[in-house]
Design a protein around this ligand. Structure first.
Ligand code: C5P
Length: 223
């Protein structure tokens, strides 16, 4: 039997990461944060002083960069060129550049191949990203597309960064999320999109536990 695959897609800050990790833990599945892989690739591209606007240079660099992901939902790991980059990939410089790097087809080809290998070697896995249901795992038995108001998404991200009380920070976070969503959903290669057979879940007014309960309920029904 092929491994059980749960695909969680949606824009930045829609609650995918926290949801995916909790769902994977509850169901005893592996977990893969594909956004962390694109961030790790971006970190390594920036380390090499490559101009992220230069798609050809990014593609050339990407061919040499080695990304490794650990899939334990309780302790996921992300390594780029042998360096643990779990911290650095959350820095603003990476966040600002990741959507440029992610739209380069050669970057996507490499990472999608890695993601499919990870699926194939697992006994079941929850993947979160932008193109899991449409491109990486189009045959996944359960596909969810999480959405939430921009204000709610920005407040969550700002809270994660420990700055929820600073209104200006929430505003700047909202602008950064919208900018990334715009690039992610208009790029030519595998843009952010809801798969036709994905279930849309609006998390604006739901707590994390309510979202997790709903995804687990749908997962038990689907697989
Ligand atoms: O999920 P996260 O916000 O960490 O993703 C960072 C960026 O990585 C996204 O804004 C997008 O540009 C890119 N990404 C992607 N495809 C995925 C996952 C992430 O292009 N499957």
């Amino acid at each position: 039997m092929p491994p059980v695959v749960i695909a969680l897609d949606g824009p930045s800050g829609s609650g995918k990461s926290s949801t995916a990790r909790k769902v994977a833990t509850r169901l005893g599945l592996a977990y893969l944060d594909t956004g962390a892989m694109y961030r790790a690739m971006t970190w390594a591209v920036l380390e090499r002083d490559v101009d992220v606007e230069d798609a050809e240079a990014v593609a050339e660099a990407a061919a040499e960069i080695v990304i490794e992901s650990g899939t334990d939902p309780q302790a996921p790991t992300i390594i780029a060129d042998g360096v643990d980059v779990a911290g650095p990939i959350r820095e603003q410089a990476v966040t600002d550049a990741v959507s440029q790097v992610s739209r380069v087809p050669a970057v996507r080809e490499r990472l999608v191949a890695l993601q499919r290998q990870t699926i194939a070697s697992s006994d079941g896995i929850v993947l979160e990203g932008r193109d899991i249901g449409t491109v990486v795992a189009p045959d996944a038995p359960l596909k969810l597309y999480l959405v939430a108001d921009t204000a709610a998404r920005a407040a969550r991200r700002a809270a994660e960064e420990g700055q929820a009380e600073v209104a200006a920070h929430v505003e700047a976070t909202a602008a950064s999320l919208q900018r990334r969503d715009a690039i992610d959903s208009t790029r030519t290669t595998s843009p952010l999109a809801k798969a036709d057979d994905a279930i849309e879940l609006d998390t604006t007014h739901l707590t994390l536990d309510e979202v997790v309960d709903e995804v687990v309920r749908l997962a038990v029904k689907a697989v």
